[in-house]
Design a protein around this ligand. Structure first.
Ligand code: AMP
Length: 438
């Protein structure tokens, strides 16, 4: 293994440097991958890749076709020191939650949820949504956009009995996250919300819809299925939220989104959130929103909080052994490991478990319940490594992920940025390591 300049000779050879050291110390006392290692420029930030093209070592799980990180110029983008961000100005919101003209019980729930002051997107969007205006929020995950739409819409449901809210999200996990936040804010308010996502049995969802929940949070594909089974009538919803609209486009949901929006009332309230702006996004906004207020919150580049480096795997060496060495280190206590395929994720988690490293996987071939169980175990800390595909991990907000390991290269630089954004969240610093063969 080579992080910066170290070489890993492979499982059969003589490991040198940190790799061998780490395996000897297996979760023991102070480990070779101490935080100071990450700040030592000669080993990490200083370990810029050399010239030449990366090899295509064929160890397990690796697939270098169509990947980002196959040239030295691309590999150089995986090496970055976290920027010290203490000089960043503290955001002073214009509003306090108590300033908003919202239900008093809802206000109390917001405080009980631990939110003291609005985040920038909440500070700017809530008042417009409360006034019934369409809103386009250009904001990424981690900005507090969920509460930016939930707070005004919960208030709306309290003020207008019979109002029904549809929330579309790209992934099951994000839908569940939204529902959890909704449950917290809506405690004691006397209405229901439900999750309608694929990968879970549709029958209980049909039953829940019969109870006429105020909030339906779903993925576009499953929502459309439910409509085709006549379990849901989109015409009954006066308000719709499109969360992470750009991700939904990326995931091929455009036709389903247009189908659902097309079935809704023309005079409706639409809140639209996207991390990025593109022609397709502009077209969607133009087609489905009416005179929206556009709010853009500048987000600090999440990767600025993340120490990034490459782990060079010698040609012919087994990167699985390198992963074992890293995970055997105490510092690597909550690690998100990215692979390219669902099968790869499943197999790697099993292989790790066989080597007595507590690992779980999340990917699209698992049932919704199994994914949630894996995610909860990881969040609780009873699992050291969560092996995930890009799609399964999108938008996840998992506190205190210590490391992101790119076991397989990402497909694009954008995917890379999304991957490493799962660590270094809030004010924390994170660490990201990308396996590069050759
Ligand atoms: P989101 O962008 O909605 O996924 O939110 C990102 C994280 O910020 C979540 O863990 C939220 O619980 C948290 N959060 C959102 N709004 C606030 C707030 N006003 N105060 C403190 N934490 C918040």
């Amino acid at each position: 293994m080579q992080i910066g300049r170290w070489n890993h000779q492979g499982s059969g050879g003589t490991a040198s440097g940190a790799g061998a050291h780490a395996s000897r110390e297996r979760r023991g006392r102070s480990s070779s991958f101490s935080p100071s290692d990450f700040s030592a420029p000669s080993r990490f930030g200083g370990g810029r890749p050399r010239g030449g093209r990366a090899g295509r070592g064929g160890s397990r799980g690796g697939r270098s076709f169509g990947a980002f990180g196959e040239t030295e110029a691309e590999i150089a983008k995986f090496v970055n020191r976290a920027i010290v961000t203490t000089e960043e100005p503290v955001f002073v919101p214009e509003h306090k939650f108590s300033d908003f003209d919202i239900n008093a019980h809802l206000k109390a729930n917001i405080l009980a949820h631990g939110y003291e002051l609005p985040t920038p997107i909440q500070d700017k969007a809530i008042q417009h949504a409360l006034a019934g205006q369409d809103v386009v929020g250009l904001a990424a995950t981690g900005t507090g956009k969920t509460a930016a739409f939930l707070i005004p819409l919960i208030d709306k449901v309290m003020k207008q009995k019979g109002e029904r809210i549809l929330i579309m999200a790209p992934t099951r996990e994000l839908a569940v996250q939204i529902e959890k936040e909704l449950a917290g804010f809506a405690k004691g308010l006397g209405f229901r919300g439900m999750v309608a996502v694929g990968g879970a049995n549709i029958v209980p969802q049909i039953k829940q819809l019969k109870l006429d929940p105020a909030f339906v949070i779903g993925t576009p594909g499953r929502l459309k299925d439910l409509e085709e089974r006549k379990a849901i009538d989109f015409g009954g919803f006066g308000t719709v939220v499109l969360d992470e609209a750009d991700r939904m486009l990326d995931m091929g949901f455009i036709d389903d989104m247009r189908f659902i929006l097309g079935k809704m009332r023309k005079e409706r309230h639409t809140l639209f959130f996207s991390a990025t702006m593109s022609r397709d996004i502009e077209r969607l906004i133009g087609d489905f929103l009416s005179s929206p207020v556009v709010i853009s919150v500048k987000t600090r580049d999440t990767s600025a909080n993340v120490d990034q480096d490459v782990v060079r795997i010698a040609r012919g060496a087994d990167k699985f052994e390198t992963l074992i060495e890293l995970l055997s280190d105490r510092e690597f206590s909550k690690v998100l490991v990215f692979v390219r395929t669902k099968h790869g994720a499943e197999r790697l988690a099993k292989d790790l478990s066989r080597r007595h490293i507590h690992a779980e996987s999340i990917h699209g071939n698992k049932t919704h319940g199994a994914r949630m169980r894996a995610l909860d175990a990881f969040k609780r800390g009873s699992v050291v490594a969560l092996v995930a595909t890009d799609v399964a991990a999108r938008g996840l907000d998992i506190p205190a992920v210590t490391h992101v390991i790119n076991y397989d290269l990402p497909s694009t630089y954008e995917d890379y940025v999304h991957r490493i954004g799962r660590t270094g969240r809030a004010a924390h610093k994170g660490k990201a390591l990308t396996f590069v063969q050759g």
